[in-house]
Ligand binder design. Structure first.
Ligand code: PGA
Length: 253
């Protein structure tokens, strides 16, 4: 099995660079104590350089990026080469909060995912449905994956991660309900099947699949051991050092 990954998604937190540094130092310490786990921190753009300067075990991620590169007349956007220049190695693409609040479409997410992978960076492609439905993965998830992955080459998919993050399981969704390990396992199998249809078996086996949604130190192990996820994307619990460390500890234990 490949190395387990834990990605901290700070979202639009914390409120100052001072607080970001305090949190980053704690995450770095915890990562150094658990070197078998691949940790990365996805921090807001203004904090990337400062956080990068205090992290070495923990790798630097961005929460978004623009598809045009390296520079240009795109007010407010941030390019992949700019991100690489401050040490970013992976980028979250298509998080449901961006789809919801910023109107990101499947077409935009396709362009972003391609741009990230063409640069040789790791793309964390988030997919997931809004409502908890039956036991099957809804068509929407298949459409999200198919659209983002169209035209990706064998070389590109080596750095592709698909993150199954159902909106109903995200801790800030009212009435949030974390997926069970069984739900996550079924999602993993369904995603694997979709990827196999697109890339063939050998290609699909190279693509890592993560789970995200209210992950804590108490429930992380079954997502890896039983649901066979390759990693987790952690929002709320990544803002509280003790909670984040507990996740790493549970996985190393
Ligand atoms: P959560 O967030 O862990 O707070 O549910 C996960 C995410 O949205 O990335």
């Amino acid at each position: 099995m490949s190395q387990v990954s834990v990605v901290a998604n700070w979202k639009m937190n914390p409120s100052s660079v001072k607080e970001a540094l305090t949190l980053a130092k704690k995450i770095e310490q915890a990562s150094a104590l658990h070197p078998t786990i691949q940790v990365s921190v996805a921090v807001p753009f203004p904090f990337l350089a400062a956080v990068g300067a205090v992290c070495s075990h923990a790798k630097l991620s961005a929460q978004d990026a623009f598809w045009e590169d390296p520079v240009g007349a795109y007010t407010g956007e941030v390019s992949l080469s700019q991100l690489q220049s401050v040490g970013v190695s992976s980028v979250i693409v298509g998080h449901s909060e961006r789809r919801m609040h910023l109107g990101e479409t499947d077409e935009m997410i396709h362009k972003k995912a391609h741009a990230v992978l063409e640069r040789g960076m790791r793309a964390l492609l988030c997919v997931g449905e809004r409502e908890r439905a039956g036991s099957d993965i809804p068509q929407m998830v298949e459409d999200q994956i198919t659209s983002a992955c169209a035209g990706m080459t064998k070389k590109m998919i080596q750095n592709l991660v698909v993150v199954y993050e159902p909106i109903w399981a995200i801790s800030t969704t009212p009435g949030a309900d974390p997926a069970s390990a069984d739900d996550a396992f079924r999602a993993r199998l369904a995603i694997q099947k979709i990827l196999t249809r697109i890339f063939g078996r050998a290609g699909a086996e190279k693509i890592r699949i993560f789970y995200g949604g209210s992950v804590t130190g108490d429930d992380v192990v079954p997502y890896i051991n039983d649901a066979k996820m390759d990693g987790v994307l952690v929002g709320g619990a990544s803002l509280v050092p003790q909670k984040f460390e507990k996740i790493l500890k549970s996985l190393s234990g």
